[in-house]
Ligand binder design. Sequence first.
Ligand code: NDP
Length: 446
Amino acid sequence: MNKIISDFLKEIDKRNSHEPEFMQAVREVSEDLIPYIVSQDIYHGKNILMRMCEPERVVMFRVNWIDDKGEIRVNRGYRVEMNSAIGPYKGGLRFHPTVNLSILKFLAFEQVFKNSLTTLPMGGGKGGADFDPRDKSDGEVMRFCQSFMTELFRHIGPNTDIPAGDIGVGGREIGYMFGQYKRLKNEFTGVLTGKGVSWGGSLIRPEATGYGTVYFAEDMFNHEGKSIIGKTVTISGSGNVAQYAAEKCIQLGATVISMSDSSGFIHDKEGIDEEKLSFIMDLKNNKRKRISEYLKKYPNAKFEKGKRPWSLECDVALPCATQNEVSESDAKLLIKNGCKCVAEGANMPCESGAIKQFKLNKILYAPGKASNAGGVAVSGLEMAQNSLRYSWTREEVDQKLKEIMINIHKSCLEYGKGKDFVDYNKGANISAFIKVADAMLAQGVV
Ligand code: NDP
């Protein structure tokens, strides 16, 4: 079996050796999927995994815009349309200086599996640009978004490809891009999700990824007859996912002791309560300042510059910032300090060595494609509401989100349950694969 896996990876590597994040994502699923594929006659001779590793289409384009000083700036835009076997391409847009083809291909590849797990009819895609909105004025962000959409609009549509937000793309950016799409197409359609509630957005969409991650962690605890209530939680990030993961932990009665940004992390031993969290939300969403400012208001907390919060004693860790933010040594430290559960709010935040440690030590570990699928699930519900020209209440959407997370948990159990340990990664990979692969087989060699 090891030879089949290594031959497969060598073949993929020939075309993608310069794309380390993409290779990491492919390697991680192949180890679970290839033994399964070999055991199932229907997939023999179909080269199905190789086909899933090649994007159906990649668009790369120049984005020119003019900054506040009147200077012409140039960025690079992308959309990776990975797989449309079970529905139109769906996945976020990331605006961050580190964005490149490798990162977007890994995200698009993961998205195919994640969207399949939601049971909603959505294929997978991802896009973005190497643009940094953090140090730009509102006017600059608007001009960039308009220029970006002036090219992207010809490749997307409500039945073709429906982007959403991701790192650096929140309500403000979605608004500017939606406005430009509407102007260019002269159509008011649900082409983007994460829209404002008064113009086609869904209630609970901003909360969905963070809430869903905590619902999934609670489902894992419940399966063991335990609960997240009373647990101590470390969270990384202080953006959309981290904020609402923290909110749900607080609501459920857990104690959140850390949040972070790319400059370092804050440690508040007394716990970040609702009032402190709303201070962080205002700081990050409206004032667009650094997390270290938390200490000006709450001087009992500590700020650890340039570090991540994995050295803290905790029961639960929720990495909600970015890829590869938990190394193998971080994982060892978390386990040593009593961590029992890791649920990924971010995409691929744990390096392979860290995942190996979680499995070895039988820690409850949920891969992002399962635990953070709540965001895209509610995006799918936003699309359904747009098609119906109707809006569900907050309670209705939250209820549907909870049910979707429970069903994803069940799917993981179906293929991941062992004697005394659930391999959620394996369960998620196989369960997601089956739906996409069977649709591809039914649709022929296209
Ligand atoms: P935001 O832009 O709202 O927040 C990102 C947070 O992560 C910020 O606190 C940011 O700090 C921090 N961060 C970003 N890059 C780094 C880095 N290289 N090192 C340390 N910290 C970093 O993004 P989201 O909350 O939307 O996304 C977070 C993660 O969740 C991503 O992996 C994304 O792909 C994933 N995700 C998001 C979904 C969504 O619905 N938004 C859905 C599913 C997954 P700073 O402000 O300093 O940059």
